[in-house]
Design a protein around this ligand. Structure first.
Ligand SMILES: Nc1ncnc2c1ncn2[C@@H]1O[C@H](COP(=O)(O)OP(=O)(O)OP(=O)(O)O)[C@@H](O)[C@H]1O
Ligand SMILES: [Mg+2]
Length: 222
């Protein structure tokens, strides 16, 4: 069973700001967890630490049974590449690359792909799963915000990670597109991925199996 676990994790910035205060959380495969809370409550910090993009001040991060808190930079990058996919509010697509090329970017550091043709084939599969095959040769600027975020989801899936972590994925979208993105993320749980979304968008409540609230760095399950 794939899991990500935070055990008594605290994050104190500059010896001053306690952004996470003794947070414990377990995300299991097939589960959709939403972490909600006001601006500044520590949601992005929690996502960054869960995603190994930043280190915690104390506590442990355990991915599929391995304590990754003390791994060196290269090993962390390896775990991130194999196990985690990220989606951000601002999409972060490369404007100079076509849709399929954007989706191929994470594959370039994955030695399991033998050549570009294999990567392109995988990108074609992924673009189909988010319903954008007809846009595969377009540039991001030619897509709507909702479409760009679906490309970002396809890119997050490039290396077939166990978990998808999303920080305010609907923050730049209108209400129709935000439902489409949450539906897309929900669909991933059906194929066994664990999904963690941090957001202050109430619409996520209908999609999540577990809802947690972050308040001043303290996490409570609702
Ligand atoms: N790199 C940093 N250095 C110092 N303080 C930081 C840093 N990043 C975040 N903080 C502080 O940590 C606290 C939590 O910030 P965080 O970005 O996790 O909140 P958030 O819940 O994601 O807010 P929002 O909903 O506005 O995105 C805030 O008080 C913030 O000012
Ligand atoms: Mg944030």
């Amino acid at each position: 069973m794939n899991t990500i676990e935070l055990k008594n994790v605290s994050k104190i910035y500059n010896n001053k700001v306690t952004a996470m205060d003794n947070v414990s959380l377990k995300l299991t495969e097939g589960e959709f967890i939403a972490v909600m809370g006001q601006s500044g409550s520590g949601k992005s910090t929690l996502l960054q630490i869960t995603g190994l993009l930043d280190s915690c001040t104390s506590g442990e991060v355990i991915i599929n049974g391995e304590n990754v808190s003390k791994l060196d930079k290269n090993k962390l990058a390896d775990v991130r590449m194999k196990s985690l996919g990220f989606v951000f509010q601002a999409f972060h697509l490369n404007s100079h690359l076509k849709v399929y090329e954007n989706i191929m970017v994470p594959m370039l550091i994955n030695s399991e792909f033998k050549n570009k043709a294999e990567m392109k084939q995988r990108a074609e599969e992924l673009v189909a799963t988010v319903g954008l095959s007809h846009r595969i040769d377009h540039y991001p600027s030619e897509l709507s915000g909702g479409e760009q975020q679906r490309v970002a989801i396809a890119r997050a899936l490039a290396n077939n990670p166990d978990f998808i972590l999303a920080d305010e994925p609907t923050g730049n979208l209108d209400s129709k597109n935000e439902l489409m993105i949450f539906e897309e993320l929900k669909k991933l749980t059906k194929s066994g991925k664990g999904v963690l979304v941090v957001s202050h968008n109430d619409a996520v409540i209908d999609f999540a199996d577990t809802i947690c609230i972050m308040k001043d760095g303290v996490l409570e399950e609702k």
